[in-house]
Write a protein of this length. Structure first.
Ligand code: URA
Length: 239
């Protein structure tokens, strides 16, 4: 497990604000594995180190990680004035979880839910380009030029999107299917990219996030991530 700043771990356990925790550390009332730690910076492993403040052990919320196959109409924010069904409503957890990134309401597929704010910040930072693969079912036949444009990057309001891996996996008169892999996570990025090249989307589904694949997770179902999967995600943000 990665080392984290002591004051941050204390703050996330509800001891006090980060600033106040720094003062507690400098005051010499904090011990890590029985040893007083009164200098900063100090780093701990929240999974294995025993941290006490004034002799009392701090209790950390267990980190939880789930993979959900989000159905259509379900939203990824925790607060919704319109009271629509939320992804967190589908994953009963004793911990308060949130989505890592977003899928728009109409898009189905894989989304990670966790209470690990650190990993969430890292994975959603533009610096980390975790590849995400989508299957878009679109109207009509897709022309080769449009596919080439998608691969090279498309100008959106935020700038030009990065290179995409695009495969036509079904080409029909009525309907075609594209597999699109992108590294960024701009709002409604795939839909906007396809709209820019004049391809009307019927459905959009995310089928992988990094090494995490849909496999046999049915729509609306979820499963906890394995330790190895969590470790791989964390390695991915350090690479
Ligand atoms: N691109 C989209 O258009 N929608 C999503 O939810 C994710 C990527």
């Amino acid at each position: 497990m990665a080392k984290e700043r002591l004051q941050k771990v204390m703050a996330s356990a509800g001891v006090a604000s980060r600033r106040q925790c720094e003062e507690l550390i400098l005051d010499g009332v904090v011990r890590v594995n029985r040893r007083v730690v009164d200098e900063l910076p100090a780093f701990v492993d929240p999974d294995s180190d025993v941290i006490t403040v004034d002799g009392r052990r701090i209790k950390l919320a267990e980190r939880v990680y789930y993979l959900l196959n989000k159905p259509k109409g379900v939203i990824c924010t925790n607060r919704d004035p319109q009271k629509r069904r939320r992804a967190i409503d589908l994953v009963p957890s004793s911990e308060r979880v949130f989505c890592i990134g977003r899928l728009d309401a109409d898009t189905t597929g894989l989304i990670i839910l966790t209470n690990d704010a650190e990993l969430t910040n890292q994975l959603t930072h533009p610096r980390y380009k975790v590849p995400k693969t989508y299957i878009a079912t679109v109207k009509g036949r897709v022309d080769g030029q449009a596919v080439e444009k998608l691969k090279k990057g498309i100008w959106l309001a935020e700038g030009k999107t990065g290179k995409a891996v695009v495969k036509v996996i079904k080409a029909g008169h009525q309907e075609s299917r594209l597999e699109i892999t992108i590294g960024q996570g701009l709002t409604r990025q795939v839909r906007r990219m396809l709209a820019r090249v004049g391809i009307p989307v019927k459905t959009l589904k995310r089928v992988s996030i990094g090494k995490l694949k849909m496999r046999n997770l049915s729509v609306g179902a979820y499963r906890p991530l394995t330790r190895a999967e969590v470790a791989a995600l964390k390695r991915g943000v350090k690479a």
